[in-house]
Design a protein around this ligand. Structure first.
Ligand code: GLA
Length: 435
């Protein structure tokens, strides 16, 4: 570690609750020690925990996440030449990216988020370089959205350092596309909550029409985030499994629309058919698995509309899950509305039951849980959680428990015993901040 770099403790034990963020002064001195000058802009981008509404965002159906007190700070200063140099205590390796040719960056895993961000900043201060220093207390690679905190923080800090500060909605829009360049055809939940979250509230996000509102959290409700001990990288098999489900949801939309004689609009998202009468019955009639090629042929649709990805190619012939994916997504969207109502009514048992139902649906239908996540959720429920579910994309990563504050310590202990941790309490926190 370079002298003067801020390094925050990474939680390992089960008893850690809050790790304080580095002060602005500490960040400025760390930056100056490394780069010989103070930063021009510093942003703090929080991580997030999704309360409910999992795998609904890319179908333009609602989500209900919180931002948490753990996050990343991104400090930036302009530099001569068109090169962006980055260093971090949160991520290994020090990418150096030529803005004229970002794709040529050597393969340091987190550099793909920087190159994605720089592609989306191509029209902001073209040709200018920068130095970045990134620190934080957000565990990477585990489903607390460290990749989105990174891209949001980098976009905000670079634009401000180059004297072209971007409005919040524009930061979200560019950050969403940046991340898709890294290979996962994700929705917009993470970036939206990271930018717009409010202290003490969850954020109900809608995508069509787009909007969000703060949902104040009732007293007597605490949250624990607990690791399954398995990484949930947005690369390799987990990326492919995610994209298969995105394509599955598009196929379901096209086939359902065809069935009911609804003209499909683009993008193909389940939101278009979500309100249709007897949709559940129609979903049960969808094929278990089908390839995009077969589906497109059957309904006379251009297959590209089903398989198009921002980065990479999707195999037209690959059979992807359709019926269960649609069943999960449509059911989950309804649970979001019920969960919001339960929070507003202060009905913790009802809220907890919805989290459990969400996890069951993710395990049985969407099939993105793992044995470790199931074990973890069961252990947290047994030790006093009102409800527990995997949070984020799944395939490893983190689970969330909702509980009365008095049960938090026992839940953390049970989670650590089940998987080795880390597990810690999280609090609904404010979104992106300029320090
Ligand atoms: C990842 C994606 C989000 C969302 C979740 C699943 O976190 O980045 O857009 O799809 O998975 O709900």
């Amino acid at each position: 570690m370079a002298a003067g770099r801020v390094r925050l403790p990474t939680p390992r034990s089960g008893t850690v609750t809050i790790v304080s963020a580095p002060s602005r002064d500490a960040i400025i001195s760390a930056f100056a020690a490394r780069h010989g000058e103070p930063p021009a802009a510093i942003f703090r981008a929080p991580g997030r925990v999704n309360l409910i509404g999992e795998h609904t965002d890319y179908s333009h159906l609602p989500v209900l996440p919180i931002a948490i007190e753990r996050g990343l700070t991104v400090a930036a200063a302009p530099a001569p030449g068109g090169v962006v140099e980055a260093a971090s205590s949160a991520f290994a390796g020090e990418p150096v990216i030529d803005r004229a040719n970002p794709a040529a960056t050597p393969a340091i895993p987190w550099s793909r988020y920087l190159t994605g961000a720089l592609r989306e900043l191509a029209n902001v201060a073209p040709g200018r370089g920068a130095r970045l220093l990134i620190d934080g207390d957000l565990p990477a690679g585990g489903g607390l959205s460290s990749s989105s905190a990174l891209t949001v923080g980098v976009i905000a800090a670079l634009a401000a350092a180059w004297d072209v500060p971007l409005p919040p909605g524009e930061i979200v829009r560019r950050a969403v596309v940046s991340e898709r360049h890294a290979g996962v055809e994700s929705g917009g939940m993470d970036q939206e909550v990271i930018v717009f979250a409010e202290d003490g509230a969850a954020l109900r996000i809608d995508f069509d029409p787009p909007g969000h509102r703060a949902v104040p959290l009732p007293a007597g409700l605490a949250f624990v985030a607990a690791s399954s001990g398995e990484d949930a990288p947005k690369a390799g098999a987990a990326r492919d499994a995610y994209n298969e489900r995105v394509v599955g949801a598009r196929i379901a939309t096209a086939m359902l629309a065809d069935e009911i004689g609804l003209e499909v609009e683009h993008p193909l998202v389940l939101r278009q058919v979500a309100g249709v009468d007897v949709i559940d019955v129609l979903v049960d009639g969808l094929p278990e698995r089908i390839s995009a090629a077969e589906a497109a042929h059957g309904i006379d649709l251009d297959v590209e509309q089903l398989v198009r990805l921002t980065a990479g190619r999707f195999d037209h012939q690959l059979k992807v899950p359709v019926r269960r994916v649609a069943r999960h997504i449509l059911g989950e969207a309804e649970r979001v509305g019920r969960a919001e109502a339960a929070l507003l009514a202060g009905d913790l048992p009802a809220f907890g039951r919805l989290l459990n139902e969400s996890h069951n649906s993710l395990r049985e239908d969407f099939r993105c849980s793992t044995a470790a996540l199931d074990r973890l959720c069961a252990a947290m429920r047994k030790s006093g959680a009102s409800g527990a579910r995997l949070t984020g994309a799944g395939f490893g990563g983190y689970a969330l428990a909702a509980a009365p504050p008095a049960s938090v310590a026992a839940i953390i202990e049970a989670a650590v015993a089940a998987t080795g941790g880390p597990a810690f309490e999280v609090h609904a926190s404010a979104g992106l901040e300029r320090l």
